[in-house]
Ligand binder design. Structure first.
Ligand code: MN
Length: 201
């Protein structure tokens, strides 16, 4: 099997009270677990089975829909677990902080734009902060699509992602997506985001 479910980098209750333990257990173990299982199944016997996940996403236009959906699901969730942490939140520092101020005007304006991208994504999808050549942009994608995909409307390297599928918040917040988004800012691992920003240069 080319892909496996990565361990969470913290306990399932580490993000309480913002993201509850049961949501994390089901989201990581069942949802992400299913993306990995179904990705491996869809790749079986194809030329893509030996490629990296980044390679597969960059060639989304050439792969079956099951690979697009489950490959995106695996990549997006692997990123998601690592841009959150216990006692997270606050604001970024250093180069990332400067780049956000340069490209959005201020951290507050970025926060508003990113929150709005998650709030206005109809149905299931993701909000993203994307490194695009020399600038940062905010966008959102439907389903499990990623800005890394060749079919993406806005392309680039995602450095921060927020899952706005109902499975990410429904047990605790029910239909109140805005409350989940407000809480998300308290669990962001800005060091993790800064690492992705530096690696994307
Ligand atoms: Mn999810």
């Amino acid at each position: 099997m080319p892909f496996s479910l990565p361990d969470l980098p913290y306990a399932t209750d580490a993000l309480e009270p913002y993201i509850d333990k049961m949501t994390m257990e089901i989201h990581h173990g069942k949802h992400h677990g299913a993306y990995v299982t179904n990705l491996n199944k869809a790749l079986e016997g194809t030329e893509w089975a030996t490629k990296s996940i980044e390679d597969i996403l960059a060639n989304t236009s050439k792969v079956p829909m099951a690979v697009r959906n489950n490959g995106g699901g695996h990549y997006n969730h692997s990123l998601f677990w690592n841009i959150m942490k216990a006692k997270g939140g606050g604001t970024p520092v250093g180069d990332l902080s400067s780049a956000i101020s340069r490209d959005f005007g201020s951290f507050e304006k970025f926060k508003e734009q990113f929150s709005n991208a998650g709030l206005t994504r109809f149905g299931s999808g993701w909000a993203w902060l994307v490194k695009q050549h020399d600038k940062l942009v905010v966008c959102s994608t439907p389903n499990q699509d990623s800005p890394l995909m060749d079919i993406a409307e806005v392309k680039g390297v995602p450095i921060l992602g927020m899952d706005v599928w109902e499975h990410a918040y429904y047990l605790k917040y029910q239909n109140r997506r805005a409350e989940y988004i407000a809480a998300f800012w308290s669990v962001i691992n800005w060091d993790g985001v800064a690492k992705r920003f530096a690696a994307a240069r």
